[in-house]
Design a protein around this ligand. Structure first.
Ligand code: 2PG
Ligand code: MG
Length: 440
């Protein structure tokens, strides 16, 4: 087994042109790996800390990451060089210990995750393996003999229309997504989705809506009359494309409700159709109404990140028919997922590496969710780069679903294309999670 010989970090830029951390790891045998850390806009309160320089207005309005880069080079590197390259568990435990805070606030989760992932890439290179095969090996080491460990291509959950903090128009809900549930392979799922995406662009133009340009994740950002008209547009397009609603395709939503929740009054403020204030019961009733009216199979962050009682009622009401994903709610952290399991809050966990900050803790969250009957969706952030690690992670852990954004903008397509290559590499062995991954 080879050892880690060198770490090099630098500041690069993400898809919003904001600074982020890139780390390169080199082994004693000359194997090499690189990772770039993503960054969210609709970040939850419980996420690990992303360290920014805060030297406003000097560089990038205080958003620079030179402190995190320095932490990699000066604080982390001297303490981890020499570590066995395949001992990801020991590396991650060490990173957590060097930081010494519960939310990686001292060194920054961006510094720590960059190292954690760059080392995994270097280890895959040292073993002469594709990253997904190497990660699959690490993953299987954690499984019991009776637990299946084969790599599986995920069902994509693809952003079509963006609102909330990701697009400039008036929609409250953050993502209106397309689920190609009738597809039998990943390639077929992507083909169908791309077709619908282009057709939707035409429909938006034809109807004369302002704003057919795309938001942060490549979804269209039109100014519409209401939140529900975004769903109407996608369904109308799907029908025009000859798809059967609820059979070939379904809708998923990322409500991102934490971002328009006011904890001081316990109310949700919707502004797409004028000023509407809803309490938790009102929000649940609204979502239930949507589920009855539309072929919606998945709702993410339908309620705010600390509204545990609300989440429990929402799950009681809709959990048998709809996947209810906690993103801000769980923040990829086992302790928060445990709380969810105990309270029967939600039935699925969004998995974002940088919400927790190391590969090992991400595996922990995936495994804990799986063992407790929760579905898992590996997710990109709204600020992304050419880094494609999440595609390999989703396949390696058979997460079942992946959410990357839309099928436009190369920081998104890099991952969709990586999945095509993985499917190709697996050849006839390639298995596709398909609709079953939703569990509804
Ligand atoms: C989300 C993500 C990705 P962000 O809320 O699920 O869509 O957004 O990275 O801005 O938190
Ligand atoms: Mg979300």
């Amino acid at each position: 087994m080879s050892t880690l010989a060198k770490l090099k970090a630098r500041e690069v830029f993400d898809s919003r042109g904001r600074p982020t951390v890139e780390v390169e790891a080199t082994t004693a045998d000359g194997a090499w790996g690189r990772a770039i850390v993503p960054s969210g806009a609709s970040t939850g309160r419980h996420e690990a800390l992303e360290l920014r320089d805060g030297d406003c207005p000097k560089r990038h309005n205080g958003r620079g990451v030179l402190l995190a880069v320095k932490n990699v080079m000066e604080e982390i590197a001297p303490k981890v060089v020499g570590i066995e390259i395949e001992d990801q568990g020991a590396l991650d435990a060490k990173l957590i210990a060097i930081d010494g805070t519960p939310n990686k606030a001292r060194l920054g989760a961006n510094a720590i995750l960059g190292v954690s992932l760059a080392v995994a890439h270097a280890a895959a290179d040292a073993c002469g393996e594709e990253l997904f095969m190497y990660l699959n090996r690490l993953w299987r080491q954690r499984l019991r003999p009776d637990e299946p460990g084969e790599p599986v291509l995920p069902l994509p959950m693809v952003n079509m229309i963006s609102g909330g903090l990701h697009a400039g128009a008036n929609l409250d809900f953050q993502d209106f997504l397309f689920l190609p549930i009738g597809s039998r392979s990943y390639t077929e799922a992507l083909e169908t989705t791309v077709c619908v995406y282009h057709a939707l662009g035409e429909v938006i133009k034809r109807k004369g809506y302002e704003g057919s340009l795309v938001g942060d994740e490549g979804g269209y950002g039109p100014r519409l009359l209401s939140n529900s008209s975004a769903v109407d547009l996608i369904l109308e397009t799907a029908l025009e494309c000859g798809l059967a609603l609820g059979k070939d395709m379904a809708i998923a939503l990322d409500v991102a409700a934490s971002h328009w929740y006011d904890p001081s009054t316990g109310t949700y403020r919707l502004s797409a159709t004028g000023d509407e204030l809803l309490d938790t019961a009102g929000m649940i009733a609204l979502l239930e109404h949507w589920v009855k009216q539309y072929p919606i199979l998945s709702i993410e962050d339908g309620l705010a990140e600390d509204d545990w009682d609300g989440w429990r009622s929402l799950t009681e009401r809709l959990g048998d028919f709809v996947q209810l994903i906690g993103d801000d709610l769980f923040a990829t952290q086992v302790e928060r997922v445990r709380r969810g399991v105990e309270r029967k809050a939600g039935n699925a966990v969004l998995i974002k590496l940088n919400q927790v900050g190391t590969l090992s803790e991400t595996f922990d969250a995936l495994l804990f969710a799986r063992r407790n009957g929760y579905r898992t969706i590996v997710s990109a952030r709204s600020g992304e780069t050419e880094d494609t690690t999440i595609a390999d992670l989703a396949v390696a852990t058979a997460a079942g679903q992946i959410k990357i954004g839309s099928v436009a903008r190369s920081e998104r397509l890099a991952k969709y294309n990586r999945l095509l290559r993985i499917e190709d590499a697996l050849g006839p062995e390639a298995r596709f999670a398909g609709r079953a991954a939703l569990g509804v």
